[in-house]
Design a protein around this ligand. Structure first.
Ligand SMILES: NC(=O)C1=CN([C@@H]2O[C@H](COP(=O)(O)OP(=O)(O)OC[C@H]3O[C@@H](n4cnc5c(N)ncnc54)[C@H](O)[C@@H]3O)[C@@H](O)[C@H]2O)[C@@H](O)CC1
Ligand SMILES: Nc1ncnc2c1ncn2[C@@H]1O[C@H](COP(=O)(O)OP(=O)(O)O)[C@@H](O)[C@H]1O
Ligand SMILES: [K+]
Length: 505
């Protein structure tokens, strides 16, 4: 996959970069640049509207104070409320000294802010305790104002820049103008709900590099997966090809009552371009010998598929609707044994079974990808779901290291980690995907891309992006987010795959 253009910095890495930038630039440069960027954004998008700025005690508050002065100079009506502070950091202190005093309001924010722009400059990446009562009251006021535009500087107050955890009462931004580099917490977990549109301003530090921390505790830096990072996904097909050129994939799943999950994964694989797709059904006496709506799929009882040495299976997808009983555990063990030299996607029930029976997971010679949702990830790591969600990037990396696997930790802002700890957060997707079967579809899609010869990085990140982009495309057409179905994601993903210029970024 080509080097991506959209880095995400964990907070330790960000502080290192901040430090390097401060050394490289004349003193007191960054805060005026941050305020200038905010001023420009407001004038470009909302010229003519009054602006209310809420300022905190640190440098985030300092950004707000300088912004107030700049807007005032541009004749924009500005009101400013600042939390009580004993001592400000140097840059914020300068900003405080230079603030035209008439802009400062006393007491709590009040008045009708309909039509106003409300700027959150309360706390940025320096927030490290629970919010105090004043801050919570001010945030509640800001979040309640109907008809106002809400803009967060750097990060919405209350949101964790690394994890996307939102404290109660976190600012609800329409737009977040984030400084220096983008942050994972703006894109995963609750990040998207609170950050709104994310605009990045590097404050002229594009060329600044920093020695980044390499300790295990910090997440370092990763990437946001965007369309531009998925070039191999859109490679066109040569004429001189045949079905064998695009790989043979086998799905093993579909235990009692769960045939649909295996069919969804298989149909997704077919529609994403796999040359041939076998479906091994784990149910003892499958009711289906053919998928009448998709007769191109080759349905087999699991035993016959696993015993078929000459099928040329180049990728396995195992787990979709497999079940978790003893029979399913046996099928999984047999499949992982058959697939140890073949790229494999492990999903759903197979992950639960792997967690319960680690001794039945054979050593692997080929790469593999695990696609857990948070509860499955928790079982694999022996912790609870809350611990996974508390730091999705770190936990995806832990899981990837534990199993020497690519890991797709699903949910809002899906996190991908490679075995060596390189990580990304998906930039596509929406809550339309929160419906049964979309995970099966994702597993089939990643499998299909592997079957067509994409390398692991490209297939996993490309599949995750395309899956989310399909949901966005459907929603843009009014098919979702409410009531979007997993089957519709398959068709939309095929459509996007065949429409390289699609406008979804
Ligand atoms: N230093 C730099 O190079 C730049 C900093 N900038 C801004 O500065 C921000 C970071 O500034 P700071 O490190 O000062 O951090 P913040 O402005 O986020 O706040 C830190 C201050 O708040 C206090 N604090 C933390 N949690 C609190 C809580 N729950 N209740 C009450 N007080 C609490 C801290 O003790 C500290 O005084 C960035 O997010 C960005 O907005 C920008 O101006 C761009 C450049
Ligand atoms: N709120 C959401 N925002 C974005 N993506 C979501 C959301 N909820 C679910 N998804 C995606 O939908 C898929 C659901 O997968 P999974 O939970 O395994 O479902 P199933 O087992 O029913 O197929 C994953 O790709 C996940 O990332
Ligand atoms: K803020």
């Amino acid at each position: 996959m080509a080097a991506t253009s959209h880095p995400l910095f964990g907070s330790t890495a960000l502080r290192a970069l901040e430090h390097a930038a401060q050394s490289a630039l004349p003193p007191h440069t960054l805060m005026p640049r941050a305020a200038q960027a905010a001023c420009l954004l407001i004038l470009q998008r909302w010229r003519g509207r009054p602006v209310t700025i809420l300022c905190g005690p640190g440098n985030n508050g300092g950004d707000g104070l300088v912004l107030a002065r700049l807007l005032n100079q541009a004749s924009v009506p500005v009101r400013i409320w600042a939390l009580n502070v004993d001592k400000r950091p140097a840059d914020a202190e300068r900003a405080w000294r230079d603030l035209p005093r008439g802009l400062l309001q006393s007491g709590d924010p009040k008045g009708d802010a309909k039509g106003a722009v409300i700027v959150d400059a309360l706390f940025g990446i320096g927030l490290h305790r629970d919010l105090d009562a004043d801050t919570r009251r001010w945030l509640a006021w800001a979040n309640e104002q109907e008809g106002a535009v809400r803009v967060a500087l750097d990060i919405p107050t209350g949101l964790d820049a690394d994890t996307g955890e939102a404290r109660e009462g976190t600012f609800m931004a329409d737009v977040t103008l984030t400084f220096l580099r983008d942050k994972p917490g703006l894109h995963t977990r609750s990040g998207q709900d609170h950050a709104g549109e994310v605009v990045v301003d590097m404050l002229g530090t594009d060329a600044v590099t920093a020695a980044l921390p390499s300790d295990d505790q910090s997440i370092g830096t990763g990437n946001l997966i965007r369309r531009a990072d998925c070039k191999t996904l859109f490679v066109s097909r040569k004429h001189d090809t045949h079905k064998g050129s695009f790989g043979t994939l086998a799905v093993l799943g579909g235990g009692h009552g769960m045939t649909g999950a295996a069919l969804l994964a298989s149909r997704a694989a077919l529609h994403l371009g796999a040359g041939k797709v076998f479906v091994g059904l784990a149910e003892a006496n499958p009711a289906l010998s053919c998928d009448l709506l998709q007769p191109e799929l080759m349905l087999r009882p699991a035993a016959s598929l696993l015993g078929k040495k000459d099928a040329g299976i180049g990728v396995w997808v195992v787990g979709c609707g497999l079940g978790t009983d003893q029979g399913a555990a046996d099928w999984l063990a047999a499949t992982l044994h058959a697939a140890r030299e073949t790229p494999t996607v492990v999903d759903a029930d197979a992950l639960i079974l792997m967690a319960a029976n680690p001794k039945r997971v054979p050593a692997r010679k080929a790469a593999w990808v695990l696609t857990p949702h948070p509860r499955e990830a928790a079982q694999l790591l022996g912790c609870d779901t809350a611990a996974i969600q508390a730091n999705r990037v770190a936990q995806a990396r832990r899981l990837a290291a534990k199993y020497s696997a690519w890991v797709v930790l699903k949910g809002a802002g899906t996190v991908v980690s490679s075995p060596d700890g390189r990580w990304s957060v998906n930039g596509s997707g929406n809550a339309g995907l929160a419906t049964a079967g979309t995970g099966d579809v994702l597993a089939g899609m990643i499998g299909a891309l592997l079957a067509q010869g994409l390398d692991m990085d490209d297939a996993v990140r490309g599949g995750v992006w395309l899956h989310g982009a399909a949901a966005q495309d459907l929603s843009a057409r009014g098919i979702g987010p409410i009531g979007l179905t997993a089957g519709e994601v398959i068709a939309a993903a095929r459509d996007l795959r065949n429409r390289p210029e699609n406008g979804v970024t």
